[in-house]
Design a protein around this ligand. Structure first.
Ligand SMILES: *[C@@H]1O[C@H](CO)[C@@H](O)[C@H](O)[C@H]1NC(C)=O
Ligand SMILES: *[C@@H]1O[C@H](CO)[C@@H](O)[C@H](O)[C@H]1NC(C)=O
Length: 376
């Protein structure tokens, strides 16, 4: 697959790989590198330095008693990699977005997070209008103000983002306004999972694969709806979808990561208001299953969920509760595999070591509602 940057990352290196697809947006078929190359390089450096200083923060955080945070599970042993995932958030602080942000700041500080993932629907109601849209500041920079959240953000686009200027969100203009911001359609991130003692030679790592799910959904392409979506750079649609599926398969197949996590906006399995996304069940799910993906993390439904069905090895985690929630959650049957569901605001934290992947589900008031533990 195409690598954005100069060389593929090695097993011992942290790096951000992204497809060069977005080049086509401004520049059909030529080989000029667009500014996102620089963004990716900066992100790579940022994450590399994050990794190098992790040894320091790792031992520091054990003695950090200044933050009183009494969540029982968070007092468990610290892992080499911690990050947060929030989705469906940008409402200029309303609908408890600010409250969720505050809790994210506390948990982020306690865990010593390395980055924050946004699973899309970054800006309501209709994405960002243009570079001067105050929503970027009012929904992002001025809301996620806690110290621990001043780290790299890694975002994908949701359907609401496509109702505004989608290219703006994936370009480097926003990163110049707030250096935390990185968003693209299809990219990867590798992070080592060794403890502080063997950072120099680490063979265990997690690989995250970010995908662009909105173009898969048929109804957004109906004559009436298609006009409202910013499909620049996507067409011809079928070619784009095929190319993304092929790139995802190839990337997963060649990955030697201990843990593989795929991140997208739309649900695959969900008992929330939107429910499943049949297009993804049909085209993406078989790829996840055949390449032993451990977890698929999404937003779109404004709730927190963990679904694990008997007919699949993949764990489905919804974290789409960054602001407006309480939209209804169906009770799951055994077949539907609902292990946990919370119909309210919150976010998740992911804590990883070579043999452990732990996901904690947090509400907006600081309660740790549920914990998922996977082991290898
Ligand atoms: C998939 O990879 C190819 C070749 O590396 C690239 O040209 C294309 O843009 C990628 N597709 C997507 C959807 O990212
Ligand atoms: C904000 O959160 C509190 C606590 O979860 C909840 O009771 C309240 O209804 C929420 N407000 C909105 C607008 O969702």
């Amino acid at each position: 697959m195409a690598i954005l940057g100069t060389k593929p990352v090695s097993d011992e290196e942290v790096g951000l790989l992204a497809s060069e697809h977005s080049e086509e947006v401004e520049d059909q078929g030529t080989s000029t590198l667009r500014p996102a190359t620089l963004v990716a390089a900066v992100v790579t450096i940022f994450l590399m330095s994050g990794c190098l200083i992790s040894l320091y923060t790792y031992s520091q955080s054990d003695h950090d008693s200044s933050e009183e945070y009494s969540l029982e599970s968070l007092t468990k042993p610290k892992y080499p990699l911690n990050f947060l995932v929030v989705g469906d958030w940008g409402r200029e602080g309303a609908y408890n977005q600010t409250l969720v942000a505050k809790q994210m700041g506390k948990v982020g500080r306690h865990l010593g997070i390395k980055f924050v993932i946004s699973v899309g629907d970054n800006f309501y109601q209709a994405g960002l209008k243009g570079p001067q849209d105050p929503k970027f500041k009012n929904s992002f920079s001025k809301v996620y103000t806690a110290e621990s959240l001043q780290t790299q953000w890694l975002a994908v686009l949701g359907n609401h983002d496509y109702l505004g200027d989608a290219l703006l969100q994936i370009g480097d203009g926003l990163t110049r306004k707030d250096k935390r911001w990185f968003c693209d359609r299809f990219y990867q991130l590798k992070y080592p999972l060794c403890g502080s003692h063997n950072l120099g030679h680490c063979e265990k790592f997690v690989e995250l694969f970010f995908i662009d799910t909105t173009p898969f959904v048929d109804k957004y392409w109906d004559a009436e709806q298609a006009r409202t979506f910013d499909w620049r750079g996507i067409g011809p649609r079928q070619e784009y979808l095929d190319s993304q599926l092929k790139n995802l398969s190839l990337a997963l197949e060649s990955s030697t990561a201990t843990w593989k996590i795929v991140v997208g906006h739309h649900t695959i399995r969900s008992l929330g208001r939107h429910g499943e996304t049949p297009e993804l069940v049909k085209s993406v799910l078989p790829i996840l299953e055949s390449h032993n993906v451990d977890v698929y993390i999404n937003g779109h439904d404004h709730c927190l969920e963990h679904i694990k069905r008997e007919d699949s090895a993949v764990h489905f985690v919804t974290s789409g509760a960054g602001s407006k929630s309480f939209q209804g959650l169906r009770e799951g049957t055994t077949e539907e595999g609902l292990q946990f569901g919370y119909d309210g605001q919150g976010f998740i934290s992911v804590s990883m070591a070579a043999q452990v992947l732990r996901i904690d589900f947090h509400d907006a008031l600081g309660n740790n509602l549920y914990e998922l533990n996977l082991k290898k």
